[in-house]
Design a binder for this molecule. Structure first.
Ligand SMILES: CC(C)(COP(=O)(O)OP(=O)(O)OC[C@H]1O[C@@H](n2cnc3c(N)ncnc32)[C@H](O)[C@@H]1OP(=O)(O)O)[C@@H](O)C(=O)NCCC(=O)NCCS
Length: 179
C-alpha cells in the first residue's frame, strides 16, 4: 500500500521514529485503521463487529475527544512514511499509563517495526512519568499477544464487557513495568 509522506521527516533516512498526530490529521488515522482492522481481526471477529468498533473508536470526533481527554497519538514513521499509529495516556498519579492503540499496516508487520516503535514509545512515556503500561488485547489475537509477551508484557487480568449492538470485547489486560 502506498504511504503518506510526512513533511517533518528527515530526508533520505530509513530510521523509525514517532511523530505526534496533529488534530487536523485524525481523519487519516481513521482511514489507516480501516485498512488495518479487517486484516488484523477478520479471522476472530465478525465483520459487523469490526464495523461497529471502527465507528465507535475511530470516528474523527471520537479521536478528537480522546486527545482532549489527554490521550496522545503518534504516527509511526519509517523513512518519513506513515506505517502505523500508536495512542497512549494520560499517565495517572501512580505512574500507570494505558496503551490504547498499537497498529501497523499489514505490509510492514513482522519485520521488527512494532518492537522498535514500542521501545520508542516506552522511552517517551517513561519521560512523561509512566512506570507501568497497561493494554487490552483481544484474547483470540494470538499474534499480538505473542508480540506483547516478547516485548516484556505479561497477563494481568481478563475482562469481557459489552460494547453495544450485542457485541462484547473479550480481552486480556497485559502489563509491563518500566522500572
Ligand atoms: C501487533 C503488531 C503491532 C506487532 O508489530 P510487528 O512489527 O508485526 O512485530 P515484530 O516484528 O516487532 O515482532 C516481534 C515479536 O512478536 C511476535 N510476533 C509478532 N507477530 C507475530 C505473529 N504474526 N505471529 C506470532 N508471533 C508474532 C514474535 O515473537 C516476534 O518476534 P520474531 O519475529 O523474532 O519471532 C503488528 O503486527 C500489528 O499491527 N498487528 C495488527 C494489529 C494488532 O493486532 N495490534 C494489536 C492490538 S492490541
Amino acid at each position: 500500500m502506498s504511504s503518506h509522506p510526512d513533511t517533518a521527516a528527515p530526508p533520505a533516512e530509513n530510521s523509525l521514529r514517532l511523530a505526534p498526530v496533529a488534530p487536523g490529521d485524525l481523519g487519516a488515522v481513521s482511514e489507516m485503521a480501516a485498512l488495518i482492522w479487517p486484516d488484523a481481526y477478520g479471522a476472530i471477529l465478525p465483520a459487523a463487529q469490526i464495523d461497529h468498533m471502527l465507528r465507535w473508536m475511530y470516528d474523527p470526533e471520537k479521536l478528537r475527544a480522546d486527545l482532549a481527554d489527554g490521550v496522545a497519538m503518534w504516527w509511526v514513521l519509517r523513512g518519513g512514511d506513515r506505517i502505523g499509529f500508536l495512542a497512549a495516556g494520560p499517565v495517572d498519579a501512580a505512574g500507570l499509563c494505558p496503551l490504547h492503540k498499537c497498529y501497523l499496516l499489514p505490509s510492514v508487520q513482522r519485520c521488527g517495526n512494532g518492537s522498535e516503535a514500542l521501545a520508542r514509545l516506552c522511552e517517551t512515556l517513561a519521560c512523561d512519568g509512566a512506570r507501568l503500561i497497561e493494554l487490552r488485547v483481544n484474547r483470540h489475537n494470538a499474534p499480538a499477544i505473542a508480540f506483547y509477551r516478547k516485548n516484556g508484557f505479561s497477563l494481568h487480568a481478563e475482562d469481557c464487557r459489552p460494547i453495544g449492538a450485542g457485541f462484547v470485547m473479550d480481552d486480556y489486560l497485559m502489563r509491563r513495568s518500566l522500572d
